[in-house]
Design a protein around this ligand. Structure first.
Ligand SMILES: *Cc1c(COP(=O)(O)O)cnc(C)c1O
Length: 495
């Protein structure tokens, strides 16, 4: 039993078993008389534990190139599984609805302070709310606090690289709650260049007069021009909300354009390039907004509106274990080592982009300034869905994605490839060259299979597993997994 446990547990729990070190969770449970409360999950629920083990194996064996994913640190995993999980703390530090929050207050204040420090913000000018459960609730809290019901919002269209929460709807259906409870109008990328069409945004914004314009992307490989966004906002009387969910690690490290200089509000997730827990954060300007003709100071009114939208507007008790994990993430992100990590993400993405282009693949916008790229696989004889499938079959995880000019979001022509997770596992540029070869081999094999199977995805999938091809697929998968096994996964020392 112990050896099985050792291979499946995070390293910190293994040490507990080996050295009998105190851990609040486990020591607590050992003293309990009730079996329900005291049993380890591997004893009490082997059915579940086995599946968790398989997921861990999957994460170790494959190459994780989903641009929004990362492997968080041991310290974050420890915070998440700590006793802080047990506490109700509705309200803000110093103003809670429950007793017993003296230490929780210290933790949340530490998270707030470190978050502002990491982004080099003056607490006189910027406030922060670290309670949103994730990125989507953070965005919805901003709209709820700042925009009246059915007020107007503009964000980059989902098929063009925006996020669902920026207001996605189709001709027949309002998909995102942002489009149900507010009126959303998309802006677009230029169908040929793949770059955001700022001129069109300005023209449309003049007519639509939104309350908020969102500068933020989930699949776009170029730095945003926040200055231009702010000029457009100023012209139409809108607030600029930057959603830096994908790039918050890069912004913290100072290796990409900084949205804070021009934004009124900034939202983020903490689990993507920032490598923290699955959570959301909202930053808002505070203090003096302007001085009017009479010399009176006009103040920003975001603080209460946003804080109250988060709680009691939309959420209940904050997840203080996660907030502790944010605190420790911000400490990590404020180090030279993290800065180097972020720079390596960029170096790896550029190497990936150059390598694929050298092999003749088409990268949308011709390259990347960020942590991801969008590969147009049409000229490689594939669809996004087939490319995603064949790569998954050789243990490379990525996702299909629309490319500019795609007619339907349901049959996208590209795949999105990101480097944050691989960089966390320690891959450097020369390793990325190997990854480029794997992707190239996978896509070429996919093309060959597609030529045999015909256009339908079901037939393609069947052909991947057919006698004719499954041997070659398995061979390539083994090569990828052997390569991947050389790179450690944080928190898990053995596979
Ligand atoms: C990922 C993402 C979000 C939402 O984050 P969740 O934590 O998945 O809710 C919001 N905005 C952008 C731009 C994102 O990429």
């Amino acid at each position: 039993m112990v050896s099985r446990v050792l291979t499946l547990l995070p390293a910190y729990s293994r040490h507990l078993l080996l050295e009998g070190k105190q851990n609040l969770v486990i020591v607590h449970s050992l003293r309990m008389s009730s079996k329900l409360l005291s049993e380890n999950v591997w004893d009490s629920d082997p059915e579940l534990f086995k599946i968790i083990g398989k997921e861990k194996q999957r994460q170790c064996r494959g190459l994780e190139m989903i641009a929004s994913e990362n492997f968080t640190s041991l310290a974050v995993l420890q915070c998440l599984s700590s006793c802080l999980h047990n506490k109700y703390a509705e309200g803000l530090p110093g103003d809670r609805y429950y007793g017993g929050n003296q230490f929780i207050d210290q933790i949340e204040r530490l998270a707030q302070k470190r978050t502002l420090e990491t982004y080099r913000l003056d607490p006189e000018e910027w406030g922060v709310n670290v309670q949103p459960y994730s990125g989507s609730p953070a965005n919805f809290a901003v709209y709820t606090g700042i925009v009246e019901p059915h007020g107007r919002i503009m964000g980059l269209d989902l098929p063009d690289g925006g996020h669902l929460t920026h207001g996605f709807f189709t001709p027949t259906k309002k998909i995102s709650a942002t489009s149900i409870f507010f009126e959303s109008m998309p802006y677009k990328v230029h169908p040929e260049t793949g770059l955001i069409d700022y001129d069109m945004l300005l023209k449309t914004a003049r007519l639509f007069k939104p309350k908020i314009i969102i500068a933020g992307v989930s699949c776009y490989s170029r730095a945003l021009d926040y200055k231009k966004f702010k000029e457009i906002c100023n012209e139409v009387g809108a607030y600029l909300m930057s959603d830096m969910a994908h790039i918050s690690g890069l912004v913290a490290a100072g290796v990409t354009a900084n949205p804070f200089e021009y934004s009124d509000i900034v939202t983020t997730t903490t689990h993507k390039s920032l490598r923290g827990p699955r959570a959301g954060v909202i930053f808002f300007r505070k203090g003096v907004k302007s001085v009017n003709a009479k010399g009176e100071k006009i103040l920003y009114d975001f603080e209460n509106r946003i804080n109250e939208a988060v709680f009691p507007g939309l959420q209940g008790g904050p997840h203080e274990n996660t907030i502790a994990a944010i605190a420790t993430t911000m400490k990590q992100a404020n180090t030279p080592e993290f800065k180097q990590y972020a720079q390596n993400i960029l170096n790896n993405a550029k190497r990936l982009s150059d390598g694929l282009q050298k092999k003749g693949y088409k990268v949308v916008t011709g390259g990347t300034d960020l942590h991801l790229l969008l590969l147009d696989v049409r000229s490689a004889g594939l669809t996004g869905a087939k490319a995603e499938y064949i790569l998954e079959e050789i243990s490379i995880a990525c996702n299909k994605n629309t490319v500019p000019g795609d007619k339907s979001a349901k049959s996208p022509s590209g795949i999105r490839l990101g480097t944050p997770a691989l960089t966390t596992r320690g891959l450097v540029e020369k390793d990325i060259d190997v990854v480029v070869d794997f992707i190239d081999s996978g896509l070429k094999l996919g093309k060959e299979i597609g030529e045999k199977s015909g256009p339908k995805l079901v037939d393609f999938k069947a052909a991947v597993h057919s006698e004719e091809f499954n041997g070659r697929v398995a061979c390539l998968r083994e090569e990828v997994e052997n390569f991947s096994a050389k790179f450690p996964l944080p928190g898990y020392e053995t596979y």
